[in-house]
Design a protein around this ligand. Structure first.
Ligand SMILES: NC(=O)c1ccc[n+]([C@@H]2O[C@H](COP(=O)([O-])OP(=O)(O)OC[C@H]3O[C@@H](n4cnc5c(N)ncnc54)[C@H](OP(=O)(O)O)[C@@H]3O)[C@@H](O)[C@H]2O)c1
Length: 214
């Protein structure tokens, strides 16, 4: 599929690279240098190119939104009309110094995003793992035990698109339900971040859910 990347930093740069290596057509956009977008595209060695936010979004089958919360309004304004688009957001509603969620409990970043782009089809995914684990998960994708990745959204066809991308990266997609469940997944992302960045063993951390039946 054609995947547009809005925000080509730690998450967008790595996920876009993996999507291209997995065979998707990727447009990297929204970084502070054109040079970075070009290098990212070249280094995938796949079907990838640099572009502007509208170029990334308008022809895309799925758009990955991967910017800091403070940049959401700017990148959406630049991207243009996103009506009908599948928007997979990994953006967390963090304050400027990334210490706290600025939306929580009675709403979530994903739900606030829908208020900004009500005609888009928003899925929340990829926000519960650190960027440092992504290449490792991709490289291990042929192994039997895939790490879980929770996602949620209100539109079933866009959730299928997100689940495919999640599988292509090497995770086992776990459908957590409607978009309001982002009220639980977003704080959970902070727990994973705490373990990744403050725990022992380094940030290359993923998680598994396992159901035990009698
Ligand atoms: N990093 C993680 O492990 C992680 C995990 C889960 C969720 N998240 C969430 O995912 C989202 C993205 O995180 P990230 O770590 O990938 O952030 P990041 O590395 O800072 O990437 C953000 C992208 O936005 C670009 N950008 C920032 N200001 C800009 C401006 N004024 N004009 C144009 N481009 C601009 C940056 O450009 P440059 O490339 O030039 O800096 C970068 O490409 C955040 O909401 C974060 O909370 C991150």
């Amino acid at each position: 599929m054609r995947v547009g990347i809005l925000g080509s930093g730690l998450m967008g740069g790595k996920l876009g690279t993996i999507f291209a290596r997995a065979g998707h057509e990727v447009v990297f956009s929204y970084a502070r240098s054109e040079h970075k977008l070009k290098s990212l595209a070249r280094d995938t060695k796949g079907k990838a190119k640099p572009g502007t936010p509208p170029e990334a979004a308008q022809e895309a089958d799925a758009v990955l939104l991967a910017v800091h919360w403070s940049r959401i309004d700017d990148v959406l304004k630049q991207a243009g009309d996103l009506s009908g688009k599948v928007i997979v957001t990994c953006s967390l509603p963090m304050n400027d110094d990334n210490t706290e969620l600025v939306v929580a409990h009675t709403s979530s970043g994903a739900e606030e995003l829908v208020k900004k782009i009500p005609k888009a089809r928003v899925v929340s995914a990829f926000n519960t793992v650190p960027s440092e684990v992504l290449f490792g998960v991709y490289e291990a994708k042929r192994k039997a035990m895939r790490p879980s990745l929770v996602y949620c959204g209100d539109d079933s066809s866009s959730k299928r698109v997100a689940a495919q991308l999640i599988r292509d990266v090497g995770f086992d997609p776990v459908d957590a339900g409607p978009l309001r469940i982002a009220r639980y997944t977003e704080p959970f992302a902070l727990l994973v971040g705490q373990l990744a960045y403050e725990g022992k063993g380094g940030p290359e951390l993923a998680y598994w859910f396992k159901r035990f039946r009698k």
